[in-house]
Design a protein around this ligand. Structure first.
Ligand code: PEP
Length: 251
């Protein structure tokens, strides 16, 4: 089994004073882990987070980026701007972006491609809604998100991408997928990647689980064979809870 990638998605939370306190608390709590630790913070916290995590094992990510390098795209941010700020990772296609801001598989592909071209590591989110799962369409939806969202992505590019399987019904609801549901869905996603890129590339690919993962359920989820990490929302806003997720799994 691989070491895990544990990423916190702070969403639209934490003023700079709060971010400072959280990062200060987090640093000593995760310093001994062999897992990769990422915090994806609001734009206004990026400079602070990059500065505060220099020389530590904490990596900094953003939560979105545009596909153009510059231009008349009010309120968007270019991948090169993130790179210049010292950012390494970027979340793309989170279900909240898909639901509230019109993100589609096509725009996910554009953003992912631009992020890769700039040297960022995209964390690309996929996942089905409750209605899609209950009507027996989970696999169809995941397959579509992968085939359309990765249509022109090469095997070489895939090496720099992390996937987050996040069932929409489990995000921010307190309802976690069972270990078996998460494992089965992620194994299915890996099989779709294997069909497109070959087994070796699919096996190397990091696929996280996200959806109400926390200090209480992380160990069991992260022990499943196909779950290579977690994308953590609510529980990443409290240093001790996030650190407990990071430290829940040792190879
Ligand atoms: C997320 O925002 O990606 C997420 C998984 O949120 P939560 O952990 O709060 O469900």
């Amino acid at each position: 089994m691989k070491n895990k990638i544990i990423a916190g998605n702070w969403k639209m939370n934490k003023l700079q004073s709060e971010a400072k306190q959280l990062i200060e608390e987090l640093k000593p709590l995760v310093k001994d882990t062999e897992n990769t630790v990422v915090i994806c913070v609001p734009y206004t916290d990026l400079a602070l987070a990059v500065e505060m995590t220099k020389g530590t094992n904490i990596h900094v990510g953003a939560q979105n980026c545009h596909w153009k390098e510059s231009g008349a795209f009010t309120a968007e941010i270019a991948p090169s701007m993130l790179v210049e700020a010292g950012v390494e990772y970027v979340i793309i296609g989170h279900s909240e972006r898909r639901t509230y801001f019109g993100e589609t598989d096509a725009t996910v592909l554009q953003r992912t491609t631009a992020a890769l071209n700039a040297g960022l590591k995209p964390i690309v989110c996929i996942g089905e809604t409750l209605e899609e799962r209950n009507s027996g369409r989970m696999e169809e939806v995941l397959e579509r998100q992968i085939l359309k969202g990765f249509e022109t992505i090469t095997a070489e590019q895939l090496k720099n991408i992390v996937i987050a399987y996040e069932p929409v019904w489990a995000i921010g609801t307190g309802v976690t997928a069972t270990d078996e549901q998460a494992q089965d869905a992620i194994a299915f996603c890996r099989s779709v990647f294997a069909k497109k890129y070959g087994k070796e590339s699919a096996d190397e690919l990091y696929i996280q689980y996200g959806g109400s993962m926390n200090d209480a359920n992380a160990k069991a989820l992260l022990s499943m064979p196909d779950i290579d990490g977690g994308l953590i929302g609510g529980a990443s806003l409290v240093a001790k809870k996030f650190a407990d997720v990071v430290n829940a799994y040792k190879k």
